[in-house]
Design a protein around this ligand. Structure first.
Ligand SMILES: NC(=O)c1ccc[n+]([C@@H]2O[C@H](COP(=O)([O-])OP(=O)(O)OC[C@H]3O[C@@H](n4cnc5c(N)ncnc54)[C@H](O)[C@@H]3O)[C@@H](O)[C@H]2O)c1
Ligand SMILES: [Zn+2]
Ligand SMILES: [Zn+2]
Length: 394
């Protein structure tokens, strides 16, 4: 089959690789019909290189049609249309029982001291072949795949794999009080959907980004926007000005470790990219090379007693955190990978609603053949041509 494989920093290629096969009675094989490119893939493309190996297949936002099922798979069968959650979870362990599918004890990567395995996401998370390919083996397929109805276009359902549950969890974890305000940092797919969901749930939404089209898109959805370029490191003050001087009841960091705005850390990150793998791994895990602008702004823009919800991904272990502020303001923090299946009951009615309340049908800005994925990665990273959400057709 054809698949998008990682070869090195900013070097991905579409190559011939062996077709996946059933390896366990709980596996499912799907033929992929649509597969998303995610902000998280950009971390792999650029800074997480030390945790990848040449030949790794990327991608964790696939949907398609079931081709084969193992003998213990009963809830889906050949020919079913399914979306695949990006976390691989068993559905019946201690963690899955408590709604922490991203911490599944059956697929946890204890050797790396990391949570559940993820598709296409480094050796820290199981080095499982990803979904930017013609076919995908789905481990724990007796639980993961979500059956969706025939008829509507793939875009109706595709974002159940990651973007929608991640955004839903971000808003849920933000714990916005009734009549309250949430400030959302980052208006990529995650921040946009979090904004729409929070607005849909009746909250006031203030959102921050620095890309014109992204600010405009949010404005169309009833969001008050702040352009980071107008405020820079005084962005939290700008949020306070809009919230009676207190700050937002809740804030969401939907940016992660590649935030703009801290040139010194940008330099360390580049340096890590130039080191041999072992040294870079160490520097990455220990030195705290993340760019923390958005996270610190999320902390500063929250009111006293407020909640900070972090869905942006960070990697460093020793990143400096403003503990005095966090403690003095009595903030609550919630974060982590989305527990994808936990939010399906809330999300399925929204994506099947004819009125399309979250605008999933018009969310994709670029649909391109998988063969053109390498150029699309570059376009996405540079945010060229209005690239916002790219979906590949294998
Ligand atoms: N927790 C999870 O399960 C989960 C799942 C998917 C994605 N993510 C993470 O969520 C984050 C966002 O994902 P995405 O696909 O929307 O990414 P993205 O890169 O498309 O969007 C990030 C946005 O943040 C903006 N930005 C950069 N610096 C900023 C700053 N200092 N203040 C405000 N905005 C800033 C960028 O202009 C961009 O629009 C990434 O870190 C991704 O890895 C987490
Ligand atoms: Zn993703
Ligand atoms: Zn489990």
């Amino acid at each position: 089959m054809r698949a998008l494989v990682w070869n090195g920093k900013r070097d991905v290629r579409v190559e011939n690789v062996p077709d996946p096969e059933l390896e366990s009675p709980t596996d499912v094989i799907i033929r992929v019909t649509s597969t998303g490119l995610c902000g998280s893939d950009l971390h792999l493309y650029e800074v997480l290189g030390p945790f990848l190996e040449a030949g790794d297949i990327l991608g964790h936002e696939p949907m398609g049609v079931v081709e084969e099922v193992g003998s213990e798979v009963t809830h889906v069968s050949r020919g079913d249309r399914v979306v695949i959650p990006f976390n691989i979870s068993c559905g019946s362990c201690f963690m899955c029982d408590r709604g922490y599918q991203s911490q599944c004890e059956t697929t946890q990567n204890t050797d790396q001291d990391k949570g559940a395995s993820l598709f296409g996401y480094t050796k820290l998370y199981g080095q499982v072949a990803g979904g930017q390919a013609e076919y995908l083996r789905v481990p724990q397929g007796h639980y993961g795949p979500v059956k969706v109805p025939e008829g509507p276009a793939d875009d109706r359902f595709l974002f159940l794999s990651d973007v929608l549950p991640t955004a839903w969890q971000a808003v849920h974890y933000a714990d916005v009080p009734n009549g309250g305000t949430v400030a959302i940092f980052g208006l990529g797919p995650i921040g946009q959907m979090a904004s729409r969901i929070a607005h849909h749930l009746g909250h006031r939404v203030i959102a921050v980004d620095l890309v014109d089209e992204r600010l405009q898109m949010a404005r169309k959805w009833g969001v008050e926007v702040l352009d980071l370029r107008d405020h820079d490191d005084r962005i939290a003050d700008a949020v306070r000005e809009l919230t009676d001087g207190r700050g937002a009841d809740s804030t969401i960091d939907a940016v992660g470790m590649e935030a703009h705005g801290t040139p010194a850390l940008e330099l360390i990150q580049q340096a890590a990219g130039l080191l041999p793998d072992r040294a870079a791994e160490k520097l990455f895990e220990e030195a705290g090379v993340d760019r923390m602008g958005a996270l610190h702004a999320s902390i500063n823009a929250a009111r006293r007693g407020g909640t900070v919800s972090i869905s942006g991904v960070y990697g460093g272990m020793l990143d400096p955190m403003p503990l005095m502020t966090m403690f003095d303001r009595q903030l609550t923090f919630r974060m982590g990978q989305a527990n994808v299946k936990r939010w399906m009951d809330e999300l399925l009615p929204l994506v099947t609603d004819d009125a399309d309340p979250l605008g999933v049908e018009s969310f994709t800005t670029h649909r391109v053949p998988l063969e053109e994925a390498p150029a699309a990665y570059e376009m996405f990273q540079k945010k060229k041509d209005g690239a916002f959400k790219i979906v590949f057709t294998p």
